[in-house]
Each structure stands twice: as structure tokens, then as C-alpha cells.
Design a protein around this ligand. Structure first.
Ligand code: CP
Ligand code: NVA
Length: 302
């Protein structure tokens, strides 16, 4: 049974095929055509953290594919009263066709997947956000073509999205330069596996220099709200502003997974500027994930 817990669950060819299919889905959608490829299929979505894009894109995506999505929160399922993830996995495997989970610990989604006989999708954990990378790469390929050999600058927290960028740098063979303050570097084990595709650099300006794509994310992720004040001090010099963006290539793109905090990790004139593709990036969550669902739902049942 194939799951999608990390970008590394796909081969490079599979990843490229999924985002290519995502672009086709986007064109169909814009032409007012949607194909009901999965009538009566159900996706269960377990959210232990908030979401706008992930929830709506998976739910609307399933509707467009002719199926149905269920929103499950801990407060109104037995998960919130302590029923183990593994038991929930075995029960849902009898009733639905795939499960998407947004949770804290990456181990808990791995345990769920181990007990599941249907595909499990990571809708964000503290460690990874692989669905975001499908949409980001679909967006880059649509605007600029293949990302192989290009340079990407990550500015800010070495968080879940950053870790998934590291995995993708290796998979799609681009150069990723990461500028994060001391104490906020990405996961060492993830970094090590990416080898020469990833470099930690000492300043945001050095990361952005002649880059093809500049990416940032919030300074405090979900679950880190109590560290807000400390983080605001540590990240004070990590804002992607106009001056910094001007150090990248003239045709460089700017991405942010959203939600964004204007005046913190990115200035409003960059977020709303000509190089920013954040709205298409968000929109592509829908299309890339429909392609992912097609890939996972078409595999033979375990
Ligand atoms: N980018 C992203 O995953 O957004 P949501 O938290 O709104 O799902
Ligand atoms: N790094 C952010 C991403 C939100 C989509 C978080 O985990 O809160």
C-alpha cells in the first residue's frame, strides 16, 4: 500500500507525473470541466490543527472527482477521548477509501499508516508538509519549466515546509540555500540525506543572491505560539522585503505556503508584488492534490 507521508515516498518520475497531471486538472477546471473519476469514493480528513487551504482543497477536490470528503476533528471523534490512532486506522480502513491527516507528531501519522490498509496522506505534521511541495513545484513548473539545476532560497524557520523543500531539492535535483537563525535550523537527519543539493548559508542575503525562487514561511508554526516573542527577536533580520528580493534574479518568483504575516516574514509589497505567485500556489493545492488522490486511489487494494 502506497502512502504519501513525505515527498520521499515518491520517485522523481512519479512526483513529476503527479504535478504534470495537476496542471492538466487546473486547465480542465478553468475550462469548467471536471471529471467524476471516483464516484462514491470517500476521503476521511482528520485535522488536529487548523486549516483553510488543506481542508478546502481536499474537500472540494473529492467533490470534483465525484466522491466525498469527511471532516473529522478530535473534539467530535473518539480520537479526542483517547482512542488510539492505530485503532482508528483499522476502523476507517473498513469504511472509506483514503485518509488525510494533519497532526503534530510525525510518528503518529506513521503509526496510523502502518495500521491502515488504505492510502494515508500527510496534510502536515511538525516534521513535513509534502502536499505543499506538490503545489509549489506545480506552480514553478507552470511558470518557469523544470526546476532541475535552479537555485531556491529558503529564508527563515527550518520548519516542516523547509524540511519538505530539502527532500524535494534532492528528488528534483535543484540547489536549495537555507538561511535560518542559530537554533532554528532544519532537521539534521533530513538535511544529511539531501547531500550536495542543500547548503546552509550564513545570511538571508547570501541565500537570495541570484536565486530563481525565494521562499519563506511564518516564524512560529502551529503549536509554537508560546514561543512567539522569542522568535520575533530571533527572526528580526529574516524578512523578505523589496531590497532583499532585488538580490535574486530579475525573473525570480516568490512563494509562501500561507497564511502570511505581512511585515514579519514578508513585506506586503513583496507578497502582493509582480514576482509573487502565492495565489496560484494556493490554488494549485486543489489540482496537485487531485492528481495525488488519483495516483493513490488507482493503486490495487492491499
Ligand atoms: N498552506 C497550508 O497548508 O494552509 P492551511 O494551513 O490553510 O491548510
Ligand atoms: N509551518 C506552518 C505551515 C502552515 C501551513 C505551520 O506548521 O504552521
Amino acid at each position: 500500500m502506497r502512502h504519501f507521508l513525505s515527498v520521499t515516498d515518491l520517485s522523481s518520475d512519479e512526483f513529476r507525473a503527479i504535478i504534470k497531471r495537476g496542471s492538466e486538472f487546473r486547465k480542465q477546471f478553468e475550462a469548467g470541466e471536471t471529471e467524476a473519476l471516483f464516484p462514491r469514493k470517500t476521503l476521511a480528513m482528520i485535522f488536529e490543527k487548523s486549516s483553510t487551504r488543506t481542508r478546502v482543497s481536499f474537500e472540494a477536490g473529492m467533490t470534483q472527482l465525484g466522491g466525498h470528503a469527511l471532516y473529522l476533528s478530535p473534539s467530535d471523534t473518539q480520537l479526542g477521548r483517547g482512542e488510539p490512532m492505530e485503532d482508528t486506522a483499522r476502523v476507517l480502513s473498513q469504511m472509506v477509501d483514503a485518509v488525510m491527516i494533519r497532526t503534530f507528531s510525525h510518528d503518529s501519522i506513521k503509526n496510523f499508516a502502518n495500521a491502515s490498509s488504505i492510502p494515508v496522506i500527510n496534510g502536515l505534521t511538525d516534521l513535513f508538509h509534502p502536499c505543499q511541495l506538490l503545489a509549489d513545484m506545480q506552480t514553478y513548473f507552470d511558470y518557469r519549466g523544470d526546476i532541475q539545476g535552479k537555485t531556491v532560497a529558503w529564508i527563515g524557520d527550518g520548519n516542516n515546509v523547509c524540511n519538505s523543500f530539502i527532500n524535494t531539492a534532492k528528488l528534483l535535483d535543484f540547489q536549495l540555500r537555507i538561511a535560518s537563525p542559530t537554533g532554528y535550523l532544519p532537521e539534521p537527519g533530513v538535511l544529511k540525506k539531501a547531500g550536495d543539493n542543500v547548503a546552509l548559508v550564513s545570511s538571508p542575503d547570501e541565500a537570495v543572491d541570484a536565486a530563481d525562487l525565494v521562499v519563506t514561511d511564518v516564524w512560529s508554526s502551529m503549536g509554537q505560539e508560546s514561543e512567539n516573542n522569542k522568535r520575533t527577536v530571533a527572526f528580526a533580520d529574516y524578512c523578505v522585503n523589496k531590497e532583499r528580493m532585488a538580490l535574486a534574479k530579475k525573473d525570480a518568483l516568490f512563494m509562501h505556503c500561507l497564511p502570511a504575516h505581512r511585515g514579519e516574514e514578508v513585506d506586503a509589497d513583496v507578497l502582493e508584488g509582480k514576482q509573487s505567485v502565492v495565489w496560484d500556489e494556493a490554488g494549485n493545492r486543489l489540482h496537485a492534490q487531485k492528481a495525488l488522490l488519483e495516483f493513490l486511489l488507482n493503486q490495487p487494494k492491499a
